[in-house]
Write a protein that binds this ligand. Structure first.
Ligand SMILES: [Zn+2]
Ligand SMILES: [Zn+2]
Length: 246
């Protein structure tokens, strides 16, 4: 059944067509955000079951993931987080949506639904609290919003799991990670960047961190160190896009 929202989205897109940030064609529904439905369909998502990835950190090995065997990469064994699940690979529609979200505080409905689906399929134990990966005060004042919070809000609303945007704080304004930085450099840049503002909120709880892109795991691992030092039990991560690099 076609929902009224979908009809409305299509009508609005006919009235105000905008080019797809991936292929330059027309976006055929507001719910798709900055990419057309074709480019979304071409973006590789983990729920397809056809991608082989690390069971712990979702490091992407390649296509053909029908096997039920659990694979582990050698990069995440020291990382403090417990499990990472991502909507899909950092490419095409997901990449353009994430990049757009850094400037425009809008999470398209289609992505909201994919986040919820990813959460539902993830083998997490009961999650008590959703915590967006914080940005520093400096960056917050530059950008005006934390994109991880925007991604976390609809998930919290739809799952009715409490959201806490202040439990974790980022007190060091680190340089943006560049593709040329290796894992060690990324780890050094975020080491001790995070602390827990309200330990009583995380003690004895399973925490789900939300982020836009998962790259080396250095940020998530340092968040997990801070949370576990204050008594958090499990620290899971849900990110929109999984970068290919380590
Ligand atoms: Zn397109
Ligand atoms: Zn791994």
């Amino acid at each position: 059944m076609i929902s009224l929202q979908k009809v409305l989205d299509s009508v609005l897109c006919l009235a105000f067509p905008q080019p797809c940030h991936v292929c330059g064609g027309e976006v055929d529904g507001l719910s798709y955000g900055v990419s057309c439905s074709n480019c979304w369909a071409e973006t590789r998502l983990f729920d397809s079951g056809t991608l082989t990835s690390c069971y712990k950190c979702s490091y992407f090995f390649g296509e053909g993931g029908e096997s039920k065997r659990q694979f582990y990469c050698s990069f995440c064994s020291e990382d403090t987080f417990d499990l990472v699940r991502c909507v899909g690979l950092y490419e095409k529609a997901l990449m353009k949506t994430v990049l757009h979200l850094k400037n425009v505080p809008f999470v398209p409905k289609y992505l909201q639904e994919l986040i919820v689906k990813t959460f539902q399929l993830a083998p997490f134990e009961k999650v008590d609290l959703i915590v967006p990966v914080p940005i520093s005060k400096v960056r917050l004042s530059e950008r005006g919003f934390n994109q991880a919070s925007l991604l976390a809000k609809p998930l919290s609303k739809m799952t009715k799991i409490k959201l806490d945007e202040t439990a974790l704080i980022r007190h060091i304004h680190t340089k943006r990670h560049s593709p040329g930085m290796d894992k060690k450099a990324r780890q050094m840049s975020v080491k001790q960047a995070f602390s827990v503002a309200s330990p009583e909120k995380v003690k004895g709880r399973n925490i789900l961190l939300i982020d836009d892109v998962f790259t080396s795991g250095a940020t998530a691992s340092n968040c997990a160190i801070a949370l576990k030092e204050k008594g958090a039990l499990k620290v899971y991560v849900l990110a929109v896009a999984r970068a290919f690099i380590i």
